[in-house]
Design a protein around this ligand. Structure first.
Ligand code: GLA
Length: 688
């Protein structure tokens, strides 16, 4: 619901209220973000401006919804541009259009003839507000900054939560007080990145169950940044969108540019409710509509089993085992194309390798389908190896500076998708691949960050970052449109491209190349703060693990991987009969709890760092499953006390033949006796 009281605008959800004013000079001054108030309260909210000195704006320091350059306000501008003759702005509010859940505000810059529209859409069921900005050029203009949102916050002690990480160590949750000064989380690498992720949360001593949390996402898979600027007066300005580092976007007179969307949420009920609202919002609103109702299949992926050594016979033997234990989708990973016998050659040559598949992929695909599974394939379409026919025929199709060598990483270059002919080439080759084969799943990988970001063909090379991401999105959109039966997975050496931009185009993401079930719990726990379980691919792989040589029990590996969309990624040909039989049982169990995990509501029940064991709960409001991973067993201290959450306190439930109330299960909890190191449990609870 949107209200307007004179110059005050109110955006209201179920719990969230968001209030700002148009001031005397036509600027947007933030007033309130918090719990929904009584309608008349909104008029009473005090003016929070602080009159100070000649070193600050004479209107009084405030928090802003829109910041332009040239005024006595020095936080990150929401928009900064220049024309051939002008570099300053004088934006004033001009018009507002109010819908039931939408608000559009026009601001006009009399100096550069730019009109900006700020778009707000509230999703009341999730208490999330979508924001983006449209820029319309009245003359030729170059954008230096066009942000998705500026959010001014008033009078709060704020703790910032965000992710840091690295390849095989994504989604490490960081928390720290926001002190006066500036903190930026960002990527300058050309992809969302492992190192940081466009999500944040701000709170003041909230817990898992209690307290206010303001949080936000950016929907962009290229260079992005979110800035947190805390001043001496208690205001915090949060600004997020396309990274302004090495950025340019030229608009001709009449052109319109829309920024990526950002999403701002609020809850009073702690981090748990924040995550549950975000999970529901992603599944119901962001993720592709056609897969919202359907459960994700249990997949088998051959990467860790065969690496580059793939062949028709070898893959068929894996298909036999994968089908026998209950997998539903068989994905051939890297190595099936060109001269791809290692990571040193072949990228770019997307034709089937005739030595490995003498009769093409068809016999394998038929074999997979005859066993009742779907067939999937790995591609890395944004890349090329120097040792490839594509590179030999088009050495200028990579990002490079004339006359200087480009840097390889994993023996590969990044293709210059900012060039229309390269985008067209990639679109056609993938379209052909899907046209000519019964492929139901594409794992789209991207295994290096950018270097030599230059494009001699482009008028202003600073445009290439945005153009690249826009091209990736266009290709995905075209393929999804033309091949509606194909599901996509976003992978960038694990979790390097996970954000709400790519999420609107894929069914799943590859969370991390780290498939060690223990490390993975920490990665998955971080991930769960921002992203839902259905999109999170998790594999059970071999013991010892390829990355850290840790050998964990099969039960533990399954219970860890069942906390998302389950997959199997080990070399099944070397698994014992007992392990295969146990895997079959685990996959059956997973299928029986899959609706709770993938479509239900999730609760972080215990974490390794705090409780010394890890537990997640999932419920659809009726049935409940808890997945518990114990750590090392300690003599004399081998009882795990698991308090559930998310049950109806007054309802009676059945757990292992016992009748226990929801209140009991949440307050007293269940006591588990740990038998071995790294014990694991799947506890199913039904209403009595
Ligand atoms: C990346 C992916 C892996 C695998 C390899 C193949 O590292 O994250 O899952 O697909 O590439 O080269």
């Amino acid at each position: 619901m949107i209200y307007r009281f004179d110059n005050r605008f109110v955006i209201e959800g179920k719990q969230i209220a968001y209030v700002f004013d148009v001031d005397d000079r036509g600027r947007l001054v933030h007033q309130y973000l918090g719990d929904r108030l009584h309608e008349t309260d909104y008029i009473e909210l005090p003016d929070r401006r602080v009159l100070h000195s000649s070193f600050e704006t004479p209107d009084g320091v405030a928090a802003y919804e829109f910041v332009s350059f040239g005024d006595l306000v020095y936080t990150e501008p929401t928009l900064k541009s220049h024309t051939a003759t002008e570099r300053l702005h004088a934006f004033t509010f001009q018009d507002a259009r109010i819908g039931h859940d939408t608000l559009e505000l026009d601001l006009v810059d009399s100096i550069q003839q730019v009109t900006v529209t700020l778009h707000f859409t509230v999703y009341p069921a999730y208490d999330i507000i979508e924001r983006k900005m449209t820029v319309q050029a009245g003359t030729d203009v170059t954008l230096e900054s066009a942000q998705s949102f500026s959010l001014g916050l008033t009078e709060r002690n704020l703790r910032l939560s965000h992710f840091s990480g690295a390849w095989t160590g994504e989604f490490q949750l960081q928390q720290g007080e926001l002190l006066p000064g500036k903190k930026t989380i960002e990527s300058r690498r050309g992809l969302t990145s492992h190192q940081s992720n466009p999500w944040f949360a701000l709170d003041d001593a909230a817990t898992e169950q209690h307290g206010e949390v303001i949080y936000g996402f950016l929907g962009h898979s290229g260079n992005w940044a979110i800035h947190f600027e805390r001043d001496q007066f208690g205001f915090t300005q949060v600004t997020g969108g396309l990274n302004t580092f090495d950025f340019a976007k030229r608009l001709a007179s009449g052109d319109v540019f829309t920024t990526p969307a950002a999403y701002i949420g609020y809850t009073q009920l702690g981090f748990g409710a924040m995550s549950r609202n975000a999970h529901d919002f992603e599944r119901d609103v962001i993720m592709p509509e056609r897969t919202r109702e359907t459960l994700r299949p249990v997949l088998y992926n051959s990467w860790e089993a065969t690496y580059f050594d793939v062949s028709e016979d070898g893959q068929k033997r894996l298909v036999d085992e994968a089908a026998a234990i209950g997998c539903e989708l068989f994905v051939v990973d890297d190595g099936w194309f060109g001269e791809r016998n290692s990571d040193a050659a072949g990228l770019g040559d997307w034709h089937v390798n005739k030595t490995k598949f003498p009769n093409g992929l068809e016999p394998l695909i038929r074999y997979v389908e005859d066993k009742g599974l779907q067939f999937g394939l790995w591609v890395e379409p944004e890349m090329v190896n120097p040792d490839s026919n594509l590179y030999r025929s088009h050495p200028d199709w990579i990002y490079h500076t004339n006359g200087r060598p480009s840097t390889t990483s994993r023996n590969q270059f990044v293709l210059n998708l900012a060039l229309p002919e390269v985008e067209a080439h990639v679109t056609h080759l993938l379209d052909d691949l899907l046209e000519n084969h019964a492929i139901r799943y594409i794992k789209w990988d991207m295994n290096r960050a950018f270097s030599e970001p230059d494009s001699p063909h482009l008028g202003d090379a600073k445009e290439l970052w945005l153009r690249h991401t826009e091209a990736v999105y266009r290709i995905l959109d075209t393929l999804r449109d033309r091949h509606p039966d194909v599901a996509f997975e976003s992978c960038a050496g694990g979790g390097g491209r996970i954000d709400l931009g790519v999420l609107s185009r894929v069914e799943q993401v590859w969370t991390s190349d780290n498939t060690d079930a223990l490390d993975r719990l920490e990665i998955q726990e971080g991930f769960s703060y921002a992203y839902n379980a259905k999109m999170m691919s998790c594999w059970v792989t071999d013991a010892p693990n390829w990355l850290n040589a840790r050998a964990l029990p099969l039960n533990y590996r399954f219970v860890s991987a069942m906390q998302g969309t389950l997959g199997i990624g080990g070399n099944l040909l070397e698994w014992s009969k007992e392990d295969l039989a146990a895997s079959k049982r685990w996959i059956e169990t997973y299928k029986s709890i899959r609706p709770l995990v993938q479509h239900g509501t999730s609760y972080r029940l215990a974490s390794l760092k705090k409780e010394g064991f890890h537990a997640m709960g999932y419920t659809d409001g009726e049935d409940y499953v808890a997945l518990v991973n114990a750590d090392r067993r300690h003599y004399g201290n081998n009882k795990l006390r698991l308090k559930l959450a998310g049950l109806d306190p007054d309802r009676v439930y059945l757990y292992e033949g016992r009748r226990l109330s929801g209140r009991y299960l949440m307050q007293q909890g269940i006591t588990l006796t740990q038998q071995i190191d790294y014990d694991a449990y799947c506890l199913v609870i039904h209403p009595a």
